[in-house]
Design a protein around this ligand. Structure first.
Ligand code: ATP
Length: 479
């Protein structure tokens, strides 16, 4: 209901009063004047709250998205709007969502508001930050040229991850993005000198629980923060939860001067949530039905994920590619923010070649002689060339058979098939499923092994022996 004090103040002082002053007097109450899906219009008889301010209609949290000509504010709901009616009174908090930051959030599983979802008390800290922050100034950003070694052969060899950079794991449904990101957590978090932050956006809630348990088993939970806004939550939550995680990451980087490893599964769901909100807000869709503001929305998040003089944020982001279409505007825009992209292919997954990294489509700006060294660069190129030549020969083989190939081409095929199998790897996180034990392979071994295979001229061994092994030492010890 409209507040009496507010409606009676028409004849009051002509001086505009600030929102905070109204709040102090408990005056800034508004009223729900429109509800459309998760979008709620609220009319404040006097000062309107600002964009991004948090409002409450009873227990329902709302975030102000835009100011309407009618003087009302259009908000997105951060929970289902079931039961909400016109005329319900709304209270403005006078501030955006503020989340707890600092050591108190370590080891915790939190939601978009920074509230616990692990059945433990709220993080014990008074330090809270607004989730809407500007990106660091250009002159404060720094570029590293170090590699974060993952122990995953295909990634370290063909698409090395930049420390302090952004890496994307692209793939359609069910090609192994979540498995790969979990393996990366397993392989890197333990050795990572700094804190890790996992942000789950719009994925299955079951995955959140599994991850929490795995973090506990691996003994890394106390240097990890997990923030979730999963697929069962309102689009507004999925849209904002990335910012919650980033605000916590920025505090570790800027105030504690620590290095942060930020893992996001799945950044596409952030774009998708933005598109749901945009549709509800009544904006005209743009290409392929996405929101016209796709590029700016993504930039406000991605530009904050950066390394500064204070500390670095290394981020690894899973990117769902709708219908395996890599020209999809969401995938293409995300791609433009990254320094390395690991592309997972359905064809390789269907052949059981896990991790299904596509050696020809995956790339990294780190893969230059200046960063990885001439030898690594040459070996990676030779591996790619061999696999590309094999791709070209595949049609001929399927039509005419291997017999029609020249001896040189047959050698290329033999090497390529061995390389393809060698680049598969048993994962620690899949151990219980396929029975094999996980393997972590240092890049030095991967380079030596690939060189050995590339130089191979006799092919008496069985190519299937190269499948799901760690380094070639495994092959020698099993024969
Ligand atoms: N490295 C691997 N080794 C063995 N099996 C794997 C591997 N990666 C993926 N798989 C198989 O593929 C399935 C799907 O993997 P995952 O859930 O990671 O896919 P996804 O790309 O995240 O899918 P979605 O888009 O549906 O979330 C797994 O359940 C597993 O059976």
């Amino acid at each position: 209901m409209l507040n009496q004090a507010v409606s009676g103040s028409d004849q009051g002082s002509p001086e505009p009063t600030s929102v905070n002053e109204h709040l102090a007097n408990g005056e800034l109450d508004g009223e729900v004047v429109g509800i459309r899906g998760g979008v709620v219009d609220v009319l404040f008889p006097q000062d309107s709250p600002r964009i991004h301010d948090l409002l409450y209609a009873g227990n329902l949290a709302l975030e102000v998205m835009s100011l309407l000509e009618s003087g009302a504010v259009r908000c997105m709901a951060l929970a289902p709007v079931r039961g909400l009616g016109l005329g319900v009174s709304v209270r403005a908090t006078g501030a955006p969502i503020q989340v707890p930051v600092g050591d108190a959030v370590l080891g915790r599983m939190l939601n978009v508001f920074g509230e616990p979802i692990d059945n433990k008390p709220a993080p014990a800290t008074d330090i809270r930050r607004s989730i809407h922050q500007p990106p660091p100034a250009l002159e404060d950003r720094v570029v590293h040229s170090d590699i974060l070694e993952t122990g995953i052969k295909a990634i370290d060899l063909l698409s090395p991850i930049e420390r302090g950079g952004k890496t994307g794991l692209f793939g359609g449904a069910g090609v192994g993005k979540t498995v790969l990101i979990t393996e990366l957590i397993n392989n890197t978090v333990q050795e990572y000198e700094g804190v890790s932050l996992f942000c789950g956006i719009g994925e299955r809630s079951r995955e959140a629980e599994e991850l929490y348990r795995e973090m506990g088993d691996a003994g890394v939970r106390d240097k990890t923060v997990m923030v979730f806004g999963q697929m069962n939550e309102a689009p507004g939550v999925r849209f904002l939860v990335g910012k919650t995680a980033l605000t916590m990451a920025e505090y570790f980087r800027d105030d504690k001067k620590q290095d942060v490893l930020l893992l996001i599964d799945n950044i596409f769901r952030f774009v998708q949530a933005g598109s749901e909100v945009s549709g509800l807000m009544g904006r005209m869709p743009s290409r392929v039905g996405y929101q016209p503001t796709l590029a700016t929305e993504l930039a406000t998040l991605e530009e904050r994920i950066t390394s500064t003089r204070n500390g670095s944020i290394t981020s690894i982001q899973a990117v769902y590619v709708p219908a395996d279409d890599f020209t999809d505007p969401a995938a293409a825009h995300i791609f433009s923010h990254l320094s390395a992209s690991v592309v997972l292919s359905r064809k390789r997954a269907s052949e059981g070649l896990y991790p299904a990294v596509d050696p020809l489509a995956s790339a990294s700006v780190m893969l230059t002689p200046a960063v990885v060294g001439q030898r690594h660069y040459d070996i990676a190129r030779a591996v790619r060339r061999t696999l590309a030549d094999y791709e070209d020969l595949r049609d001929i083989i399927s039509m005419l058979g291997m017999e029609e190939l020249s001896a040189a081409d047959r050698a290329v095929v033999a090497r390529a098939r061995r390389l393809e199998r060698y680049l598969t790897q048993p994962f620690f996180t899949m151990g219980s499923v396929d029975g094999a034990n996980g393997r972590r392979v240092p890049i030095k071994d991967t380079l030596n092994d690939c060189e050995t295979i590339l130089n191979q001229t006799e092919f008496n061994d069985n190519e299937s022996d190269y499948y799901m092994i760690g380094s070639l030492k495994d092959l020698a010890s099993s024969s």
